[in-house]
Write a protein of this length. Structure first.
Length: 736
């Protein structure tokens, strides 16, 4: 069914633009009709947009929608109306009839003051909601009680429609609504680390969903499903290709393919962006240099931008990884990051495009502490970046570790828009088989206090521009999406995609509430499911930290593929790619001294934070070994010596996974068997691997600690050499 529908939109390449638009609209409507057919198998493909019939009593609390008043004159209006028909049809049993006016009680009226004249009187209430915000209100129209979803622009109404459907899906009351919502961040973007050969770097959900070879002739129906899922959580941009970029994506042949995707995404409010390889002028442009100050190079990029915008008028801009891990960049020519970013910004500015310039940099000359390098390289350039440049900063200073203190750049560049970069794909968190809900980890970082402007200067306020007033604002999430039927490699990894979108819309939102919504939409509204599953999700992040890298340890994974424990990793091309560089274990103790007596990375934080992190007595214990080198018999806050505390935490992590399994087993019969069985099997893998992490780490660190395990803690079943000898030549997602 889906394939047949999809084939109708497969023929648009080569048509004239007017035809193309009409073709897209028809395709969108055809696909939308196909969605009305319920999924047969519980394979997770429907994500959180399942629209299963509401069971009593939740259904009773939902005011019946007697009619839908909504225009469909533009592509965005059409998809919004279709989504409501589909959603209401699924949830309420039958889709309401379409009407032109509110002729009886119970109508749902959706649009802008222009698209639906009955909404015009709400115009004053729309002030301050911007392009993407919306109101959802219970009110009277023409003497009849009705519900209005109203926005300044079509896209706001689409977001409002999804919000209204979410209220129904989660069983929230909808009879006395007065909701106002607008995104706190402007650019809410996914970063795909997808290569043109469909390998996904750090991807654990199959191949890339972009079928480059068959684009633009074949438009997978999945592209629309993808856009729809993203729009449902407010994501409004996507970078299609890996930051370790191939310049070919900027050639006309690929730009045709990119344009075809952009056309599918447009009705859903999603713009496409590309990762730009800095050396592209040499590699595909035939120039002798990519020096950003060279006039020919600048001309080349301007012409390239013009060429892109001729095909994709709403192209978002470029994401750039420069002078990092061997990627080319302005420093190859003795120029700064600002020189490089501003050159691209100049090419994009006439088209209102932006440059997202990554701060994940470390040079070939090893610094004294890799954690310090981004700050050292970027802070001196604060104020030098063009207006359409955002500097994109990972949440922590090393690299998406299970837990990192917030990146010291947040709050330290008051004149530069800083974007947050989160990693949704779980490169360092057990790939797709470990159940780890990332909401609490992201919330912890967003709520961290930088003290940049005194107390309360949270990271969320830095990125939403409320602290220093920067514009534009944005956030990026490294996608966990692939060709797997369930999109993310596991059912629970869908929650991380979902939570990312919700936090991108509102970085002050609650991870627990987001999890509860997701569970209700994805599995069940039954409190006997929601409560235990949400508790399990909320505890899952601390669990993985405990069984992988407790007490602030970091970067201890297997070399290259990053699968499993590798605390013994040493040697190789550079010290700061090894584990021993980061844990610094020896007979006298363990941990990286980042205080004034060590690398002094603490001094990159605002003084109150630096004082706290630098003080052994006050540092949060979760970051103890991140900032301090501590003797094995150091007394931790539990009263246990450090070695005993480490062992205790490893075991606590494994026990937490065991508990997750018991919780999940207890839900058998309340969750459909297909999804229940896969989650149960993955939890069994997770328990084995948690035990493996614990055993291997204890076996290794014990060679330094030279102490017995505390009472009640079993020794690792195998000698250290066993764990060290394990090899995984075909582990997924490696960097190439
Ligand atoms: O986490 C590391 C990954 C690389 C990645 C790099 C980056 C895309 O191991 O695979 O490269 O970060 O963020 O650039």
């Amino acid at each position: 069914m889906r394939r047949a529908c999809g084939s109708r939109i497969a023929t648009w390449a080569g048509r004239r633009p007017g035809w193309r638009r009409a073709g897209v609209l028809a395709a969108v409507l055809a696909l939308a009709a196909a969605w009305a057919i319920p999924a047969v198998a519980e394979d997770g493909h429907a994500l959180w947009l399942r629209y299963q019939p509401l069971a009593e009593p939740a259904r009773g609390s939902a005011a019946p929608v007697t009619a839908l008043v909504a225009a469909a004159a533009t592509p965005i209006q059409a998809v919004a109306r279709q989504e409501l028909l589909r959603g209401l049809g699924g949830l309420l049993g039958t889709a309401p009839p379409l009407a032109d006016a509110v002729a009886r009680p119970g109508a749902l009226v959706v649009g802008t003051p222009e698209s639906v004249p009955a909404l015009a009187r709400l115009r004053p209430a729309l002030e301050g909601l911007g392009r993407e915000g919306y109101l959802i209100r219970s009110l009277e129209i023409d003497g009849h009680p009705a519900t209005a979803i109203v926005a300044n622009q079509d896209i706001g109404a689409l977001y409002g429609a999804f919000h209204y459907l979410r209220l129904l899906q989660t069983g929230a009351p909808v009879d006395a609504l007065d909701l106002r919502s607008a995104p706190k961040l402007q650019l809410r973007v996914l970063n795909h680390w997808d290569n043109l050969d469909r390998h996904v770097e750090r991807g654990y959900a199959g191949q890339s969903i972009w079928d480059w070879h068959r684009l633009p002739g074949w438009i997978e129906p999945r592209y629309t499903d993808y856009a729809r899922a993203n729009a449902s959580i407010g994501i409004n941009g996507t970078v299609l290709n890996n930051v370790n970029a191939n310049a070919l994506v900027l050639t006309p042949m690929y730009l045709e393919k990119v344009a075809a995707l952009a056309e599918v995404f447009r009705p859903w409010g999603i713009r496409v962006y590309l990762s730009a390889r800095f050396s592209a002028p040499v590699e595909i442009g035939g120039l002798a240099t990519a020096d950003p100050l060279d006039p020919a190079v600048r001309r080349w990029w301007r012409a390239k931008a013009d060429q892109i915008y001729a095909r994709i008028p709403d192209f978002g801009g470029f994401l750039v990884k420069a002078n990092s891990e061997g990627q080319p960049g302005p420093q190859d020519y003795g120029r700064s990051h600002a020189d490089g970013a501003n050159m691209l910004a100049e090419a994009l500015a006439p088209h209102e495009g932006v440059v997202m310039w990554r701060a994940f940099v470390y040079s070939d000359e090893e610094p004294d502490d890799r954690a310090k390098q981004a700050y050292t390289e970027f802070v001196p350039h604060d104020g030098e970046f063009a207006d359409n440049v955002l500097v994109q900063v990972k949440n922590g200073a090393i690299d998406f570790q299970p837990r990192e203190p917030f990146h010291p750049l947040f709050g330290a560049m008051p004149q530069t828009p800083l974007m947050m970069e989160f990693q949704i794909t779980k490169e360092y968190l057990g790939f797709a088989t470990h159940l780890v809900y990332l909401g609490p980890m992201w919330e912890e970082v967003l709520r961290a206090d930088t003290h940049a402007e005194g107390e309360g200067s949270t990271v969320a306020k830095v990125i939403d521009g409320s602290l220093h007033g920067q514009r534009p604002t944005g956030i990026a999430g490294v996608a966990n999406i692939g060709s797997d039927r369930n999109w993310s490699g596991s059912h629970f990894d869908q929650a991380n995609w979902y939570a990312y979108g919700r936090l991108a819309w509102d970085p002050h939102a609650s991870a627990r509430e987001i999890a509860a919504d997701w569970v209700r939409m994805t599995f069940s509204r039954d409190p006997a499911v929601v409560e235990p599953v949400v508790d399990m999700m909320m505890a899952s992040h601390q669990a993985v930290v405990d069984y992988m890298t407790p007490l602030g340890l970091h970067h201890l994974m297997g070399r290259g593929h990053h699968y499993g424990p590798g605390p013994w990793v040493e040697g190789g091309p550079r010290a700061d790619w090894t584990s021993v560089y980061f844990h610094r274990a020896s007979r006298d103790g363990i941990g990286f001294d980042r205080t004034a007596t060590g690398s002094d990375a603490v001094s990159q934080y605002a003084p109150p934070v630096a004082r706290q992190f630098g003080d052994l007595e006050r540092v949060p214990e979760d970051f103890l070994l991140w900032f301090h080198h501590v003797p094995w018999d150091y007394r931790t806050r539990s009263g246990r010596p450090l070695w005993d505390e480490l062992v205790h935490r490893y075991d606590r992590g494994v026990a937490a996974v065991r508990e997750m399994r018991a919780t999940w087993d207890g839900l058998e019969g309340r969750i459909d068997p297909e999804r229940h069985a896969q989650v149960a099997a993955f939890l069994a893998i997770q328990e084995q691997e948690a035990q493996w992490w614990r055993d291997a780490s204890i076996a290794y660190f014990q060679t330094f600690a030279q102490r017995p395990l505390p009472d009640g803690h079993a020794p690792p079943p195998q000698p250290l050499e066993h764990y060290q000898a394990l090899e995984f030549p075909h582990a997924p997602g490696d960097g190439r």
